[in-house]
Design a protein around this ligand. Structure first.
Ligand SMILES: *Cc1c(COP(=O)(O)O)cnc(C)c1O
Length: 363
């Protein structure tokens, strides 16, 4: 019997993935030139489908990278001359900040403990910060920053560039791209594909900044996948280097599948499954939602503490019991490995599958 993967990336493959892969093989997508009209059509199709799905306006380009973590480096190199600002409340937001330091940027940080989230009102962006780096969904702790809060913060600092990591949530967050300058994700989370492709969305303000920094010969915006280079090729739906043509093709097809269902329906289904999971965790004596503030609870990666004070249990027991029922749940992250489980709630898993998981966790 096949397993159902509730792991937060790599995750359960979207059910149509196999058919799209088969078609791609039949059409010999793996061998076509990335300078051919066939490839330009594939890029253009993926661009159109993602634009529709995420409501991305014409001011923003859509670019392909090797991974999402590559985009941490690209956006810092291309959009920061001196100073960046980071909201950090877990391992992924921490890494974004670490990349800034490694690139010798003057990185400012506002930090919260694992499991806590940010609201716009409490955030002061330092005066000289050029780029505000936010993580919509902190995958390590199951904390989200609601789009309304992200938008509120940008409205207070309209002159600053805002970049949002939506890696473990896109296409769920309803971001307003008239406010958000840049966002990015990779395909092995909520898009239900194997790993190997990053997607970077950036607007003309980011491009203008990168062009200005490129002229400054006391600094570098890097050599690989610079924003001006990506944008130049994007004008003809090409890429600077040979891209993952197969995955760009499949991503376009899965985005089309999502569009057929409708993004509103996908978001409602996500909320419905999250409600089921949190309701179960709240009512169970054997589990507890890790994130206490409801508004900060992630809709796409649900983190639970296992056991109670009277009856402590190890997450390994819960995970292996689920595994024998062919359900794979994630362990806690880092030092919470033993005491927590993480459940991905991506479009690839149905209400029925989430129902079965809840039944299993109850046993
Ligand atoms: C998985 C993840 C990343 C890193 O993505 P890669 O594809 O491994 O580079 C970055 N941010 C968040 C929030 C993630 O969940």
């Amino acid at each position: 019997m096949k397993n159902t993967y509730f792991t937060p990336g790599p995750a359960e493959l979207y059910p149509t993935f196999y058919q799209h892969l088969q078609t791609a093989m039949d059409e010999q997508i793996g061998s076509i030139s990335h300078r051919s009209q066939r490839f330009r059509d594939i890029y253009k199709f993926a661009d159109e489908q993602l634009r529709t799905l995420l409501s991305i306006p014409a001011t923003h380009g859509i670019f392909f990278t090797g991974s999402a973590s590559e985009v941490w480096e690209r956006v810092l190199l291309n959009c920061v001359e001196h100073e960046s600002f980071h909201l950090v409340n877990g391992s992924f937001s921490q890494k974004f900040y670490d990349y800034a330091n490694a690139l010798n940027k003057h990185a400012h940080i506002m930090e919260k403990p694992f499991g806590e989230g940010f609201d716009a009102a409490e955030v002061e962006v330092p005066a000289y910060a050029e780029l505000v780096c936010l993580t919509h969904n902190e995958t390590s702790s199951g904390v989200q920053m609601r789009p309304a809060e992200i938008h509120k913060l940008k409205r207070r600092y309209p002159k600053k560039l805002f970049c949002v990591d939506t890696v473990s949530s896109a296409p769920f967050p309803d971001l307003d791209y008239t406010l958000i300058d840049s966002a990015f994700f990779s395909v092995q989370k909520a898009f239900g594909m194997p790993a190997g492709l990053g997607v970077w969305i950036a607007n003309q303000t980011c491009l203008a900044k990168a062009e200005r920094l490129q002229k400054n010969d006391t600094m570098t915006i890097g050599a690989h996948n610079t924003l001006p280079m990506l944008w130049k090729h994007y004008k003809t739906f090409e890429t600077p280097a040979t891209p993952n043509v197969l995955y760009i093709y499949i991503l376009g097809k899965i985005a089309e599948d999502f569009n057929r269902i409708g993004i509103d329906t996908i978001r409602k289904q996500t909320e419905e499954k999250a409600r089921m999971l949190y309701k179960f965790l709240d009512s169970s004596s054997r589990y507890e939602p890790f994130v206490k503030q409801e508004r900060h609870r992630s809709q796409t990666v649900i983190v639970a503490s296992v056991g109670s004070e009277e009856q402590p249990r190890s997450s390994a027991d819960v995970i292996s019991a689920a595994k024998s029922a062919n359900m794979i749940v994630g362990s806690g992250y880092g030092k919470f490995k033993e005491s927590q489980i993480r459940i991905a709630n991506f479009p690839a898993v149905s209400v029925e599958q989430v129902g079965s998981l809840i039944e299993q966790l109850q046993k």
